[in-house]
Design a protein around this ligand. Structure first.
Ligand SMILES: Nc1ncnc2c1ncn2[C@@H]1O[C@H](COP(=O)(O)OP(=O)(O)O)[C@@H](O)[C@H]1O
Ligand SMILES: [Mg+2]
Length: 406
């Protein structure tokens, strides 16, 4: 029998020491899907994970468990790695400046990443660049929210924590100054600032993804429609149906401009609102592979994960174009019933028998209500058919359907 130690010794010498080892900070599903792309490219990854059994730690043998807020831990993971990249945006930028000074290329770098960490900083910079955004202001208390509301034509107003929010956590719609109390309580308790934004009357939400390499090459994915429910991405359609081609180009141009102005390396996702009066406004930025790009694993010539790796390694980028007329991705979220772990696999006989063309990605995460545990992708020439197949499969995994035909 091979012990873990001898197995390790047998594996390591096959790596050429001259080949780059890529350090990935954060062990969620994005790192797991990066690992999948890295396997194909033969690029070894070293992972810094939050725990021994998190999503990516299950598939990356060279995993260190530690706290990404600890500079010594970051130094340890980066040792011997020329490039460091991320599964999330939360690594303190002061630590990344230190890593950069010590010779590790952080991609994206701290000067770029701060715009994905802090929505206040992002809004100020985009305004400077003349990028269209919802009207906004950093607010200190209910009285300043009221003043802001007056300046944008009244309530409702959207309030957001500038830092630390995700999946709609840290976003509130307030109808008046009286609603602001709990928001500022949270802000004071956690020491974050609050950003007020006009509530955009949007037709739908779009997302424009680009990959950008340090050499400056950019690959722009087709603009997609993303459907959110309670602040969580639920469904993505690539490309966005019936999108005015001029608006699509404008959205891609915004993403390309922001990527080069902020010197982003790797994937940049620009979340956008398509307003009812036919404009696009930037909602927020993410500097890592993004949920609205998961469709690209099965639906694009080069997935966002492969292009993220190519970009951070400064290799020529792959073609981002679609393989089919329509690709539909639906997230699998833990349902409210909180079914026991293990039942996701039980969904396979049904969904695979019903739809042999369906692609399923499960992240190895335990089920909790509202938690993203996987996604399904369907593609084809007929949009309605692809939507039906993807929705059916995701609903089946969620446990919302009992029998065929429902
Ligand atoms: N200014 C706004 N007007 C209208 N809806 C908004 C606005 N800002 C955010 N939202 C809604 O809230 C969701 C989550 O907001 P976002 O800033 O993207 O936070 P998160 O970091 O949690 O993704 C958005 O996808 C959108 O549906
Ligand atoms: Mg968002």
């Amino acid at each position: 029998m091979t012990s873990p130690a001898t197995r390790d010794a047998a594996v390591r010498p096959t790596l050429d020491p001259a080949d780059p080892v890529l350090a990935v900070i954060g062990g969620g599903q994005l790192a797991r899907m990066m690992a999948q792309a890295a396997v194909a490219l033969g690029v070894p990854l070293r992972l810094l994970a939050e725990g021994p059994d998190v999503s990516a730690a299950q598939v990356v043998p060279d995993t260190l468990v530690g706290d990404y807020r600890d500079l010594d831990v970051l130094r340890k993971i980066a040792e011997g790695c020329s490039v460091v990249t991320f599964d999330h945006e939360h690594v303190p930028t002061e630590h990344l400046h230190v890593l950069a000074e010590e010779g590790h290329a952080c991609r994206p770098g701290p000067q770029a990443l701060v715009h994905a960490q802090d929505k206040g900083v992002m809004r100020a910079r985009l305004q400077q660049l003349g990028v269209p955004c919802p009207r906004n202001a950093v607010v200190a208390d209910a009285a300043s929210v009221e003043r802001f509301a007056e300046s944008v034509g009244g309530f409702p107003v959207v309030l957001k924590t500038t830092r630390g929010g995700y999946d709609g956590k840290g976003v509130w719609v307030v109808e008046g100054a009286a609603d602001c109390g709990p928001v500022f309580e949270t802000a004071h308790r956690t020491g974050v600032e609050i950003l007020a934004e006009e509530k955009v009357d949007f037709r739908r939400e779009l997302s424009a993804l680009v990959a950008r390499s340090p050499s400056g090459q950019v690959a722009a994915y087709p603009v997609v429609e993303s459907v959110q429910s309670d602040g969580i991405c639920w469904e993505v359609i690539a490309p966005a149906p019936d999108l005015d081609p001029e608006l699509a180009v404008r959205a891609q141009q915004i993403a390309m401009d922001v990527a080069s102005e902020l010197d982003v390396t790797g994937i940049l996702a620009v979340e956008l609102f398509e307003t009812v009066d036919g404009r696009v406004l930037v909602n927020e930025l993410a500097m890592r592979p993004h949920n609205t790009g998961h469709w690209s694993i099965d639906g694009a010539v080069t997935s966002q994960f492969e292009n993220h790796l190519r970009a951070v390694l400064d290799l020529p980028l792959g073609n981002p174009e679609t393989r089919a007329a329509w690709t539909v991705m639906v997230n699998i979220l833990g349902g409210p019933a909180d079914r026991p772990v293990g039942q996701l696999y039980d969904g396979y006989p049904h969904v695979f028998a019903r739809d042999p063309r369906l692609k399923v990605h499960l992240y190895g995460k335990s089920l909790r209500p509202g938690r993203k545990v996987g996604h399904v992708t369907a593609y084809g020439d007929d949009l309605e058919d692809a939507v039906e197949r993807a929705r059916h499969a995701a609903a089946w995994f969620r446990g919302d359907l009992e029998e065929e035909g429902e």
